[in-house]
Design a protein around this ligand. Sequence first.
Ligand code: URA
Length: 433
Amino acid sequence: MNILEIIAKKRDNAKLSKEEIDYFIENYTKGEITDYQAAALVMAIYINGMDYEETTNFTLAMAKSGEILDLSDLGFVVDKHSTGGIGDKITMVLMPIVAALGIPAAKMSGRGLGFTGGTIDKLESIPGYNTSISVEKFKNNVKNIGISIMGQTLNLAPADKKLYALRDTISCVGSIPLIASSIMSKKIAAGADKIVLEVTVGSGAFMKNLDEAKELSETMINIGKQAGKQSICVLTNMNEPMGYSVGNSLEVIETIEALSGKMEEDIKKVVLELGSYMIKLAGKGDDIEANKKMILEIIESGEALNKFRQLVENQGGDVSYIDDVSKFESAKYIIPVLADKAGYVASMDNEKIGYISCSLGAGRIRKEDEINNRVGLIIKKKIGDKVDVGDVLGYIHADDEEVGSRAAKSLVECYNYSEEFVEKQKQILGVLE
Ligand code: URA
């Protein structure tokens, strides 16, 4: 077997065998297949696709390319994953809730990717919060207080890491078999027994329409089945930012408010839906409506916020910031953004909002960029809201006045209006099991 034959086969739209896929993943991870050969194969996969069997084999080969976390001593672990979005702080809100309900919350999260934010960058805006603890401490935290959220310090699915970086440089991110295998390889390597996947759909997501999102979901559910890890996909709307904040410490502040009971409706809908299916998969309740009630009660009791506080304390974070969010350092400039037109907000360029956040310093344009925790956006008007000229659409939090003014101008351009009444967006677009 050699890589030239494998590339030629996929170029000619033939099916790759398990042996060929294993050969490629193993030798690419070791550096024995070059980036340009891998790029040729990835492009051929992008164009010609892979069927379920190939995609599952690709996933399992990537999962096995590095360490596989063994969480069996923690009991039954249900993981949660989002395909990414703008202002998506669901992991920070949801994991303390499920932990407070007695479900082990052992979560390895990622950093921001392209225009989307990442949980690890957000948590690091809490002074002292250590995201790179040892796996032993990670597991002990889950045993002791029921929750830990850390970064991917282990060598989990290194083949995916290499391939993802390569795909990013050759315009090959947006392929369903490649995205599905990338996500599921990391989930399988991270050791969960069952998985709830938040598949985001819309202008601020990788999947721009419902059909693509359904196809991605079906592919991931099928991989989960083959790998013995039951998976459920909840399709969520990403046509506008989730909640009212975009940016690292701004999102932590919103998380604390949400767990205190002041939760934006869109966040609540997603938390209730995902959380209910996590409870179901954990074997703690089959009735989704009853599960939603349990979640609302645990938030109201204050136990979910208390669990978030414990999580922060246990990972070295300064909990005085949780008790008093005004301690978070503010950006130097807070610039109001005013509407230049009147009407009902009909659509928002959510991907562009993600890029505005990156341009302020909240995300990385290049891999080596430093994150600025203070900066970001506060969004005051969303789809369906009525706007008059001069109304505040939002606020830019910037450390550089010129960059901030440019961001403000760009945010105005993200809004499109209609003279006719526009319905508010639906948050939950479907559930696939
Ligand atoms: N998230 C991932 O982990 N991988 C992809 O390919 C896309 C989104």
